[in-house]
Write a protein that binds this ligand. Sequence first.
Ligand SMILES: [Zn+2]
Length: 255
Amino acid sequence: MSTSQRSRQVLVQRRQVADLGTVLGVWAHPDDEAYLSAGLMARATANGQAVAVVHATAGEAGSSGTSLDLSSRRREEARRALAAVGVTDHTMLGHADGGCAAVPVPDAAAQLGRIIEEVAPDTIVTFGPDGITGHPDHRAVSAWVSAAVSRSRRTISVLHATTTSTFVDRYAFINEQVGLFDYDPSLPRRTEQHELALELVLGEHELDRKLVALRAHASQTKDLEARIGTARYRRWFSVEAFVEVRPLEGTDLLD
Ligand SMILES: [Zn+2]
């Protein structure tokens, strides 16, 4: 039996938000955290769990505005988006938007390592190696987290945000319209239900709250919501799905 056959037989341990302990979200740009984990953060903070968020960049290369204006605007947007889900512990690493792949992994991992020591997370939520959308900054951040966790003496579960087959099929028209997966023709990833370690199907009240967080990132989301239509925009990321990184995969990522 090959290693891949064996690993496919491992039953995925299903998790609940309440099991995650202290949560650290590590993302590339302000708004990534809202799309992929606003519901998770809202549930965790409601449970009284500590939640901290790191952004690698201020998102100064995003849509609208000059980069200098946009950097300070997006910092403020991120602060308000996180406050909407009860999070106040927020760090921006200050890397250049679009330049994360050029940062030496050991340097970024050391930066993250210091934050890991401070926050002492039980769980880190971040991108998988595919970066969800294939964005090079997302992929770089995923590699930084893998390196930082492997160097930490702490036992930390790492959950990678993922796209499910259901999401890919149900929202194909929006995903194509906005070019969500245009960075990489091999995407989107179609994660099957049985592979998920954590799946949050957000209720109406949670979706209202997530929409507040997303709208706080107005420089990035206002035009998009208008283009897609509020009802569809609100449903688009109404399920937050994660796979758990197995130690074997973690080691592979360090190559
Ligand atoms: Zn991003």
